[in-house]
Structures are given as structure tokens and as C-alpha cells.
Design a protein. Sequence first.
Length: 388
Amino acid sequence: MHTGRAPTRAALTAELGVTRATAGAVAAELESLGLITVDSRPGAASGTQGRPSHRLAVDPDGPVVLAAQVHADGYRAALVGLGGHIVATAPGSGTAAADPAQILGEVVASGARLLESTGRRCVGAGLAVPSAVAEPEGTAINPLHLAWEVGAPVREIFTRALAEARISGPSGDETAPGYAANDINLAALAEHRHGAGRGARHLLVVGTGHRGVGGALVLDGRLHTGSSGLALEVGHVTVDPGGRPCHCGSRGCLDVETDPLAFLEAAGREPGPEVSLLERAEELIRTEYDSDPAVRTAVETLIDRLGLGLAGLVNILNPDRIVLGGLHRVLLETDGERLRAVISGRSLWGRSGSVPLLPSSLAHNSLVGAAELAWQPVLDDPLGTLTR
Ligand SMILES: [Zn+2]
């Protein structure tokens, strides 16, 4: 039901492989927990055959989780319900100070105000950060576009901020445990469960944030995070050996050659101090791609570099779908034909050029993914977590 696969009791019965009576009991239990609604009125959407099946839906007034995202250009908090629905969101502003406690305190306070204004029950909290997060420590080990120190214990700081703001956990009487993970990993999880990645078995997600490039792989529904949370650092695939120096110590990485700043430089534009680099790059393509040859050339340059990087990844990972986010989504939508041609020209016998390439489809997918972290214990055991 969370991923939309069981809109009716008949579908729930089929998905669970249980009897009608058992599926009915499960639905009734979830309804009594306030998670879903069961509509048995005549005229409700019918099952595949025979009598109409009860219609199941996420309870629009059900519990939510607090989702938080910190990025190079500021932060955003949201309340996210079951089904990945964003119930309310409030953008933040300002840049991340050197002390992570400051911005995490601000984003949690912003989420607390949303909870107060909506009156919704909170059952957990998740955080997306633009850094690999080492497991099991919960530390941000390469917060490259933030002034945080390497190894900042973000999960611990987030959890402390939740306690200070009195954000409750699943059973309502304890503080929400804080979860934290890399923003692109979380975007991939969200796209797999609710967006353009639904149904893919080997889903590769690549995208830019406001700065830099990240990637993630979802295998059979689970994020492939490697032995310590650091797998799929696709941003450091070399796409131009003589290119810009990268903060990783190499040169010409996807990270510095295909992100919004690289695009603005390729187009000969000043980054501009006051707006998000990602928004500025997207706006420039939307408004001047057709009229300004420099913008068109910059798009082609970035597509060629991105295609080179994707071809290498396709050869190694053999995904059955690729979803592109951030600026890469805009590049795909602007000239997908060119991007596909570059990939197929450089991948195994050209066959990998046929991998479906889709734009990400969720607004704020990292936030929705952060919410997935917080929803997971409830998804695993609704009765046990909500009524403990
Ligand atoms: Zn690099």
C-alpha cells in the first residue's frame, strides 16, 4: 500500500499471497492504527472480476514523519505521510555554518513548526545530507560542499536536535530516533518506491545536487551501500583526464565536470551569489537554450561528459533502468537523443545504449527518501512500533 501496489483488498490479497479473510484482517488492523482507510461502499472500484473489492487508501489524516534535508544552499523540512506524500514543507535559507548543530537545529525547528501548525502525529524523523554517511557510526565523512568538519557525527547531532524540539517517535511517548543518510542514496530509494524507478530490479540513479554529482544503485529493492556505506561514489569517475582539479585529489571527475557550477562556467555565466546554482542553471536552460548558442553548446558539452561517465557505469553495473536527477534530468529532457547516442557509442557493443533512461519524477526526492528511513520501522512492524 505504501508503494501503491495494493489499491484494493483484492490486490492486497494477491500481493500478500494470503486468504481474503487474512487480507481483510490486515487491512482492518492498519485502519485501526490510523494508517489507512478501507472503503467498502458499493460502487467502489471493482476488483478484476466478481464482486467489487474494498478500496484501500492511505489515511489522509494519518501519522507523518519529519524529513529534513541539508544542502550547499540551505535546508528544507517537510512532513511526509505514508505513500511518500509530502503533507507540508517549508524551505529554509542561509548557508550551512561550520557547526552542523546550528543548521540541524534550525531544520528541526522548522519541522517542529510544521507539526504544530498541522497538528499531525509524528512517528519518526530522517535526514538527508550531501555527504557519504559511514555506517554504523552515522558520520558525514565527505561533506564537501558544506563547511562541516570531516567525520561530523550528523546522526547523533540530529537525534539531539529532535530531543530538544520534543519530536516524538512511533509510540508517541519517546523521542524520535534520528536516521541520516546520503541525499542521492535517499533520492534513489524514493524514486524506486514511489517514482520513475518503480519496478526496476537494477536501478541506477545519477544526479546533481546543488553542487557535485552523486549516484546510487537499488538492487531488488535495497540500496547497495557497500561494506561501510560508501559504494557508488560515481561522482569521481573520470570523464576528462585533463579537466578541472577535483577535491578528491583527481582531475576531471563527473562531480566537477557535470554539476550546475560546471554548466554555468561552460555557458560563460557568473554563478551569482544569491540563488541556488541548480535553480540558476535550470532556469538558464529553460529560457535561453533555444536563443543563446553558448547555452546550447554548454548543454552539449555537459551531455557528452555525462554520457561518457554513464557508459562506464553501465558497462560495470548492467542496470535495467537509469533515472537521472537534478541538472542531469534537465539535460536528458533537453536533448535525450544526444545523451543516448553518447552512451551507446561507448558501451558494450552499443547494446547498453538501450537501457531505459528516465528523468526523476518526484519533487524533493531526497526528502521523501529521508522519510523512508523514518517510516521503515513502522513499515516493518506497524502494530509493534505504533502501540508499544
Ligand atoms: Zn573527484
